[in-house]
Design a protein around this ligand. Sequence first.
Ligand SMILES: [Ca+2]
Length: 282
Amino acid sequence: MKISSIVLSILTYISVDSIIAQHNHGDYIDLNPAYRVKLSGSDSFDHLHTYQKDKFFVEGFEFLSDDLMIQSAGLYSGSEIHLISIDHDKHQSKIVQKATLPSKFFGEGCTAFKNVIYQMTYREKKVFLYDQKTLESKGTLDMPEIMVEGWGLTHDSKNLYASDGTEYIYKLDPATFHVVGEIEVKDNGKNVEYINELEYANGFIYANVLPHNIIIKIDPETGNVVRKYDFGSLKKKMIKSMHNLFWDDQNNVLNGIAYRKSTNTFFVTGKNFNQIFEVMLN
Ligand SMILES: [Ca+2]
């Protein structure tokens, strides 16, 4: 090989590698804080109630009915899918049923569509399916190649929507989990990467953004962020009440948004949070 071709190969390698780093479209998402998007500001919301909950590494959160929720709990050797009953008078929640993932799978976003619960995995490229009532296994599907990892999941009346840690939200066919469209999320023209847990409500997609305390509201037609809600002060109050000297603020981030139709409110939680905040987003 001539010296010039060696130099060319090195240059090609470096430039391809840096593009991957910039767009996070490598094998895995780079969690280097230097790549993290800056988000600030808050639109107003009303904090209505605080519900107590058991602490889990929450990766998915959604209402099945008025007083029953699904929750996906992550981590290797600790991943589960939960049915949680909600007591709206006592403001308490309780796991009433659960299924456990094999230890080599890390549970991620979950959603229920036509009586089937879908639970994605972080880097294992599999989606686990369960019967919505019994949590009996309904098999698995493969995640699309284009998705780098599995992060958040939600649905509208026709499709599922999944995030993979990049600035993209993929629209999926529920029968096959194949990509049928994509949304590129932008805030004032700048890509918002690290899109995490998702919730579809009233024509918009609400999303957590790692590692922020901010929930963004996205117009799925344009990908534009139209509202931002900062939960930093509610989280701080919760941490104070926990009296936990070893609280890991880096990992215990806001993650988990569930829309309750009957009250038009959102139930918001996070990784290892012992509370759910019920809020009205303005
Ligand atoms: Ca959700």
